[in-house]
Design a protein around this ligand. Structure first.
Ligand code: ZN
Length: 243
């Protein structure tokens, strides 16, 4: 009898052990672990269109209060910029004839050793019933005459009043420089020659209507018109352009 009791005890011990082992195995498979536990309490992904109901950070970093449940998210309409003012079209406008044209360039002096601040402005002097519209600079005969700016010789011309003359355009072709009463031209000077600023183009004389006792350079600046004719421009006072 003692043997049967002992066998029964051992059998019970083994089945109990097996039951505990099975329960432990089952628990390891199905009880939630740390990560699964965290996922279980996380909120479910929001459905599309509901994110606006969550508190949204304000620009200052504070959290705005949540909208009441069921309220629609506030709609912030994007305000378009105001349209530009209408541009006048067609031919009904009036051109601004008073608009300033290109500014005249600063010029180099055509003669050496001249102080523009001591020159007498002869632009408005009366000559033979009309305005002089040029600058006279007294100088000994044969004094070299320099180009006041870079640009091409447009015309070499001998006239009754101006004598031996040079018409030179600046590179913008907005301005024409006129040198008159020359004694003679610089060697090799031709129409079309590109003169550099300061380059000698001729020599002071008294050709034309200048008195032989009074050699001088007659220098004029004309603002060219759209036709760009060397004889067709609006005279401006040269002296301020040297100062
Ligand atoms: Zn003159």
């Amino acid at each position: 009898m003692r043997v049967r009791i002992l066998l029964g005890f051992l059998f019970g011990l083994m089945t109990g052990f097996a039951a505990v082992a099975l329960l432990t195995y089952y628990g390891a498979l199905h009880l939630p672990g740390p990560s699964a536990h965290a996922a279980a309490i996380a909120p479910a992904p929001a459905e599309p269109g509901t994110t606006a109901l969550l508190p949204t950070p304000s620009p200052t970093g504070n959290v705005a209060p949540a909208a009441p449940t069921g309220a629609l998210p506030p709609i912030v309409a994007e305000i378009p910029p105001p349209p530009p003012p209408p541009v006048p079209t067609g031919s009904t406008g009036t051109a601004d004839r008073t608009a300033p044209g290109p500014q005249p360039p600063h010029l180099a002096l055509p003669l050496d050793g001249i102080d523009p601040n001591t020159l007498h402005d002869t632009f408005a002097d009366k000559r033979d019933g009309h305005e002089h519209e040029a600058l006279d600079i007294e100088a000994p005969r044969g004094t070299p005459v320099h180009a006041v700016a870079e640009g091409n010789v447009m015309k070499l011309f001998r006239s009754k009043d101006g004598g031996l003359t040079v018409y030179q355009f600046d590179n913008s072709q907005n301005w024409c420089f006129y040198y008159a009463h020359l004694d003679h031209y610089a060697p090799g000077l031709k129409e079309g020659t590109l003169l550099h600023q300061g380059q000698v183009l001729g020599y002071v004389g008294s050709t034309g209507n200048a008195s032989p006792k009074d050699p001088h350079l007659h220098f004029a600046v004309n603002q060219l018109k759209p036709d760009k004719k060397w004889w067709h421009g609006t005279p401006i006072d040269p002296l301020p352009l040297f100062r």
